[in-house]
Design a protein around this ligand. Structure first.
Ligand code: SF4
Ligand code: FES
Length: 158
């Protein structure tokens, strides 16, 4: 099922997905964006889906950008320091799975998604995995749960 955000201009294949300042490089991979909004809720000045470019990485101090990027649950956003400082997100262990009310499973840790032949399809430290069954980008959440009105009915996590 197509989701309403996939038609946004920022998802166009030609859209720029690398955003640099003198200090940092922010990357955004639209294939994994679950449209949760941790980015623009963190700073609309830096992350505004209605603006082009939608990421303005020097709109906040680089430390604040690093903090916001680390909150992106799907791993669509990453950043690196251009002065060689280590990655702001060392792999977390053990792996943590956090079911979201009426939404995906947020997973954090050293994560690998393997295909049927055991080849690595994706390696990351943050992922949002579909549990509604309606994502057009399985196993990743693409916000289709919202479109179909998925209800998790799980009192322990809702
Ligand atoms: S998944 Fe990441 S990039 Fe996509 S809206 Fe959420 S915080 Fe922003
Ligand atoms: S849980 Fe988000 S698309 Fe299925």
């Amino acid at each position: 099922m197509p989701n309403g955000h996939a038609n946004e201009e920022r998802h166009h294949p030609a859209a720029s997905r690398v955003y640099r300042t003198d200090a940092i490089e922010v990357t955004w991979d639209p294939r994994y964006c679950a449209h949760v909004g941790a980015c623009f809720n963190g700073s609309l000045e830096a992350f505004d889906p209605r603006r082009r470019p939608w990421v303005v990485a020097d709109a906040e101090p680089p430390e604040r950008i690093a903090e916001i990027v680390s909150q992106c649950p799907s791993g669509a956003l990453h950043m690196r320091w251009l002065d060689g400082r280590p990655s702001p997100e060392p792999p977390e262990e053990p792996v943590a799975v956090m079911p979201q009310a009426d939404g995906p499973l947020y997973v954090r840790g050293r994560l690998l998604i393997l295909d049927r032949q055991g080849r690595i399809v994706r390696s990351d430290t943050r992922m949002a995995l579909c549990r509604c069954g309606h994502s057009s980008n399985k196993p990743f959440c693409d916000d289709s749960h919202y479109e179909v009105g998925f209800e998790s009915h799980d009192p322990e996590f809702d």
